[in-house]
Design a protein around this ligand. Structure first.
Ligand SMILES: [Zn+2]
Length: 282
């Protein structure tokens, strides 16, 4: 694994990328539904709703750009039955149709795995990096503290990191931090609290304006509105600060906010629900 810090934001797409995706003229963000698990509600809302079962959806996000192709998170592993310990499978029963497999979703949109140039992992909990192994040619962008904690977690966070899904021989993890940009208008901001090195992604779009892919910095509408901590976090104050910061960005820019485990997303006209299948923003 190669570890280095990009000296300066702004990546220039390769010629390979330009010719391959040469027809793309407008940046788009596609929300890819990658299955769900059945959970006790208090997994998402601390000590609230215990005993009530909810569907917790997983997503990956494809950023189609004239310069390059970016994935934000890779969802839960399509090989979860092989890779997840039995205790996790029993605690969080997973449901994933074949058409919800990330590679199938990409194929259905005309992409192959090798089209993906960059993968931004918001964090390395197993339900956000489960299919990293699908993209051996991509460059993975993570924060230094997230990678450090994934490899050497404290006991309180260890069950969320599965080395079998992120520590793949040959994958190129590059360390990034607040302010890192891919081209102009796809930026990373640091949003710790849910995990040590959590990061969110801010995308500028022609029609939508500012779109925030929150990751687990905001999992559901209820976390933001109540407000309430999620069932899992490493630092409550940092979590609250990160959530307030994302809320501020959305309010300032009248943008769109995509929470990580919710079918609802926030727009300047209020909360809306994803339609079935892939939903796209331009
Ligand atoms: Zn998480």
């Amino acid at each position: 694994m190669v570890l280095k810090l990009f000296p300066k934001p702004i990546l220039i797409a390769s010629e390979r990328t330009r010719s391959r995706r040469g027809t793309v003229v407008m940046r788009r963000v596609h929300v890819l539904p990658c299955g769900h698990e059945l959970d006790d509600k208090c997994v998402l809302t601390l000590l609230k709703g215990c005993g009530t079962k909810i569907k917790l959806p997983y997503y990956a996000y494809l950023i189609e750009d004239p310069e390059c192709t970016i994935l934000v998170d890779t969802g839960l592993s399509i090989r979860w039955k092989e890779l997840h310990p039995k205790v996790i499978q029993e605690l969080f029963p997973t449901h994933m149709e074949e058409q919800e497999h990330l590679d199938r979703l990409l194929e259905s949109m005309g992409f192959s795995r090798s089209d993906v140039d960059y993968v931004i992992n918001t964090h390395l909990h197993y339900d956000h990096c489960g299919n990293n192994e699908m993209f051996p040619q991509a460059t993975f962008l993570v924060s230094e503290s997230e990678l450090a904690h994934a490899f050497a977690p404290g006991w309180w966070e260890a069950s969320s990191y599965l080395r079998s899904v992120f520590d793949i021989p040959g994958l190129k993890y590059e360390l990034v931090k607040e302010g890192f940009e891919i081209g102009r208008g796809v930026g990373i901001i640091s949003t710790p609290g849910h995990s040590e090195g959590h990061q969110s992604v801010v995308v500028e779009l022609d029609n939508t304006g500012t779109l925030v892919i929150a990751g687990d910095a905001i999992s559901t509408r209820e976390n933001l509105e109540d407000p309430i901590l999620p069932g899992f976090y490493v630092d409550a104050r940092q979590y609250a600060h990160s959530m307030d910061r994302l809320k501020g960005i959305i309010e300032l820019h009248e943008g769109v906010l995509l929470p990580s485990h919710s079918r609802e997303y926030l727009t300047k006209d209020g909360w809306k629900e994803f339609t079935d299948g892939v939903q796209s923003f331009t």
